[in-house]
Design a protein around this ligand. Structure first.
Ligand code: SF4
Ligand code: SF4
Length: 340
């Protein structure tokens, strides 16, 4: 598979990455086999996170015996402070069985409070830069769901790469983030290239994304068939057709009423409901184990049951989502899949 330059890191990475969320659902043996088969397809870029339960460990098993220099490994820490970050990083290294991680990301820096915490003296960003000096990390990066916060972090000069959702529905990154990444020569990882499992037409998703030379789509992979299909599309690199554009417009109209961009402009909610955690929950249910999904989003779903239908949030949502109705639908979905 073609390798492309990953911004100023000068790393040469495959045109598509392997996202390590769904392997949480596989046995250790099956996950390790999938990772090895993926690498045999020419995919050298593997992304995971400290909080994806045993994903790092399974990847560690899959890459055992493969020359370290042939791989570009990315992971993430949810820590805000230096102490926790260092604990996370050391455990990530141990689980992955490696001496260094190529791209280590501050995970989900999506709120002002989290951004302030990671950037504060003694915060995780300071620890990240120290880890680079110590040779444990090659390039500092972050992931986020918030366009304004991502822009701020990109301009801070601390990070070499950014990961943010980008697909033909969730395409806000197109206007400012992608041009800024180009200007700053930063690596760009497209999170949720298939909408976190909600967009099932891989051809359409990748034809859309491959028009951007400087972005690396990072789909979560659970089966060898999925990654073979994606690798096949990426290798052919077919152009986006006028039919595709029509289909995208149709799907945007369909999904536009229910797609939460996790921007949190709808907050605060008087009931303390984490709207942006509950609305995209279907994707989490599809990719995580039921136990992990329950641990991550269960409390937010319980809170969502207390919605007063006051509508305050709706008035603030720039995407005009009918939030109380959507919350009810998501709670019903949760009950049918997890609580049942
Ligand atoms: S409608 Fe429900 S979710 Fe929205 S602000 Fe009111 S209580 Fe919160
Ligand atoms: S409901 Fe609307 S305002 Fe709230 S996070 Fe989702 S897209 Fe943003």
């Amino acid at each position: 598979m073609e390798k492309v330059r990953f911004g100023k890191t000068e790393l040469m990475v495959s045109r598509v990455a392997f996202g390590g969320i769904p392997i949480m659902r596989l046995s250790k043996t099956d996950a390790a086999k999938l990772v090895r088969e993926t690498i045999e397809l020419g995919i050298n870029f593997i992304d995971t996170a400290h909080v994806y339960s045993d994903s790092e460990e399974k990847i560690g098993e899959g890459i055992r015996g493969i020359r370290r220099e042939e791989l570009v490994i990315a992971s993430k820490s949810p820590a805000g402070c230096k102490k926790k970050f260092n604990e996370n990083l050391d455990l990530s290294l141990k689980r992955l069985g490696v001496d260094y991680i190529d791209i280590y990301q501050l995970h989900n820096v999506g709120s002002k409070a989290r951004k302030d915490a990671v950037l504060a003296p003694g915060g995780a960003s300071e620890a990240l830069l120290e880890a680079v000096k110590a040779g444990k990390v090659r390039f500092p990066a972050f992931s986020s769901h918030s366009i304004p916060i991502a822009m701020e972090l990109m301009k801070s000069g601390i990070f070499d790469a950014v990961q943010i959702p980008f697909n033909y529905i969730d395409c806000d990154a197109e206007n400012e983030i992608i041009p800024l990444a180009g200007e700053l020569d930063m690596g760009f990882i497209a999170m949720k290239p298939m909408g976190g499992g909600l967009l099932d037409n891989a051809g359409l998703s990748f034809r859309y994304l491959l028009r951007y030379e400087n972005i690396i789509p990072d789909p979560g992979i659970e089966t060898i068939e999925e990654i073979r299909e994606i690798a096949g599309i990426v290798e052919k690199n077919p152009p986006l057709t006028s039919e595709d554009l029509k289909e995208i417009e149709k799907l945007r109209a369909e999904f536009g009423h229910s797609w939460c961009h996790r921007c949190d402009y709808c907050q605060p909610c008087p009931q303390g409901i984490a709207i942006s955690a509950v609305l995209p929950m279907e994707s989490m249910v599809k990719r995580f184990t039921p136990e992990r999904a329950a641990a991550m989003v269960g409390p937010a779903v319980e809170k969502a049951r207390t919605c007063l239908e006051c509508g305050d949030c709706m008035a603030r949502c720039p995407y005009h989502l009918v939030i109380p109705k959507l919350l009810k639908e998501r709670v019903a979905y949760w009950d049918s899949r997890i609580s049942a």
